[in-house]
Design a protein around this ligand. Sequence first.
Ligand code: ADP
Length: 483
Amino acid sequence: MTLSLSRTDLFREQAVIGGSWRDAASGATETVVDPATGAAIGSVPKMGADETTQAIDAAAAAFPGWAATSAKERAVILKRWADLMVAHADDLARIMTAEQGKPVPEARGEVLYGASFIEWFAEEGRRVYGDTIPSPWGDRRIVAIKQPIGVTAAITPWNFPNAMLARKAGPALAAGCTMVAKPAGQTPYSMLAMAVLAEEAGLPPGVLNIVTGDARAIGGVMTASPIVQKISFTGSTEVGRVLMRQSADTIKKLSLELGGNAPFIVFDDPDLDKAVEGAMVAKFRNNGQTCVCANRIYVQAGVYDAFAEKLVAAVKKLKVGNGFDAGVTLGPLIDEKAVAKVREHLDDAVAKGATVLTGGNSLGGNFIAPAVVADVTPEMIVSREETFGPLAPLIRFSTEDEAIRLANDTEFGLASYFYSRDIGRVWRVGEKLEYGIVGINTGLISTAEAPFGGVKQSGLGARARNTASRTIWRSSISAWDCD
Ligand code: ADP
């Protein structure tokens, strides 16, 4: 596949360690495919333990110099990096669409969103205040200072190939830490392109190293290394558990942003058109492949039929296709496994009595028609597991207590949403939902300024922070890779 880019050098098929762009020592490579066509886009080095060790050493060598720069000097470089991402948003978006599948305008949106994290943390890095603590002794003073903890490691997923690195590297580098990052095997090029721009922005060699290849080998070295002080991971709860276990021996600090099973509750009093709008964003953004995607849609009995009808009408307007084609709103799913999972959830629901209101049929390859399914019950797989695809299951409920009980009946606790105009209910339900993030009368819940993270088995590293406006966001990743 030939990607048409204004800057072809942003498409890199090598990893970067200590400032040098490299192949794997063995010469081995991994092919990366376009999920829309199955065609090879190119390859990246299949690196393993040795290269990861070298990258950690490079990050360790770069650390003292980077930590010694002033917060302002770091901020200038990071701000320049963010500006370069914005300036090259079109190319970065095309690279992302090729490897991830999301439509180009959505990919462009992610690039800007990613840049906003780098910019935000560049600014926040200048405000890492310590504390002066009143001393119980007249002749001694107590001062708590903040220092970068050292070499950090990041492992990112394929659903946000740009923004997940931005959200991890932004705070770590702003705080004065260095980093070794590993992209998902499906989507390495977005991260490599960001590294090209980081270099151009003036990031010194070794501050941000990228290793592609064997996830287990790379993760194994990252977790076992006594040099790596902190790991930030976004991905499945299953892999999160493995990394946490592996990190025990070195008592590594961890930020984990893991799976979700987001409830989206529609009470019988809101503006239904707005609720449908919110549900469309929360459910179908990135073709249902985000960890905060609405997974279970609970609708109060009085508005169930009306909501279902409006949702089906909205879903029928979605246009599925190759993300490079104009007007496409849903691209392919990432791979065959993802398609099979949606199919499994759908078939199980139908076998147990659910009704397909629209979609669900295969459109060939990794494409599937977005589906709305009614009469879903808690026994169905779709109510219990994250579907990670364009399937909207509707579950009828009668009372507020029932909705809360059903919504909280999961080991996950990342994002939740509800629509209501009753101010008493807004506060009651907002506080009773056991989720790190509660979106009230909105389907969009993420921005650089707000905390983001989960409770229960959805993650670690959350910091309590209550912000109440139209959205209550109750926790965050520990933004600072800095103790
Ligand atoms: P998903 O189901 O979204 O692919 P994963 O948790 O499998 O989520 O993958 C998220 C990231 O974790 C990817 O970068 C992947 O390569 C990486 N990964 C998967 N298994 C391991 C492992 N055993 N050790 C380290 N990283 C891993």
